[in-house]
Design a protein around this ligand. Structure first.
Ligand code: 13P
Length: 248
């Protein structure tokens, strides 16, 4: 069975002192949870947080360069994350695809570089509203997964976390229904099973998109939903911890 994870994607929020307070509050409240927590703050705060993180509260980057090293001003590499012992990194978030033009092949490079450096990618996939309305949401998600994981061996797949984040649910307050979310998660599991075999059951599949304390319990009770990737509700310790406490 896949392990349970609740990850907070803070995106570009929180000044240094606010971020430190929030991280401390999450650490304080995380003792009695029966899931792993991953906090993905702005990259500037990663090193400081990682130094004080503890078992079952890990940190992750929100992005990484597709390049290995060299003259790429403003970028940082997977190897640099490894040198700081950062265990996770989000890849392929829809905001990076739509606002920064990130392509499937760049996402594939990033995932390969991360795995080479023993960092677990939290790979995001999900369809737009238009794509769902014309009934191609499963094809879109399958295509994203196949392209992102191209060239990987079954032995590498076990280190990956996948987050299904329907674009129409991100930051909108509209959550996928439990039926919609479970249906897509089961489909993702099937795609992984067909391509990589039994290891598919070990891969945590997280739901993301307006997940909040009021709907987390119902979502996390679904057979193929192993946790969440939380945006807005991760910016307050109480709501984030309440979500992380939503496994039955
Ligand atoms: P919200 O929880 O704010 O909808 O954001 C989800 C998300 O994008 C997490 O990566």
């Amino acid at each position: 069975m896949a392990r349970k994870i609740v990850a907070g994607n803070w995106k570009m929020n929180k000044l240094a002192d606010e971020a430190q307070d929030l991280f401390n509050d999450v650490l304080k409240g995380a003792d009695k949870l029966n899931c792993e927590i991953v906090i993905c703050p702005p990259a500037l705060y990663l090193q400081g947080f990682n130094n004080i993180s503890k078992t079952d509260v890990n940190v992750g980057a929100q992005n990484v360069s597709a390049y290995v090293k060299g003259a790429y001003t403003g970028e940082f590499s997977a190897e640099m994350l490894r040198s700081l012992s950062i265990p996770y990194c989000i890849v392929g978030h829809s905001e990076r695809r739509s606002l920064f033009g990130e392509t499937d092949s760049e996402i594939n490079e990033k995932i390969k570089n991360l795995l080479f450096n023993h960092i677990s990618p939290i790979f995001c996939c999900g369809e737009t509203l238009d794509q769902r309305e014309i009934g191609i949401e499963k094809d879109v998600v399958k295509d994203q997964i196949i392209k992102a994981l191209e060239g990987l061996k079954s032995s590498q797949i076990g280190s990956i976390v996948i987050a299904y984040e329907p674009v129409w649910a991100i930051g909108t307050g509209v959550t996928a229904s439990t039926e919609q979310a479970q249906e897509m998660h089961a489909y993702i599991r099937k795609v992984l099973l067909e391509k990589y075999g039994e290891i598919a059951f070990e891969i945590p599949l997280l739901y993301g998109g307006s997940c909040k304390p009021s709907n987390a319990r119902e979502l996390f009770a679904c057979k193929d939903i192993d946790g969440g990737l939380i945006g807005g509700a991760s910016l307050e310790a109480a709501s984030f911890l309440s979500i992380a406490n939503s496994f039955s």
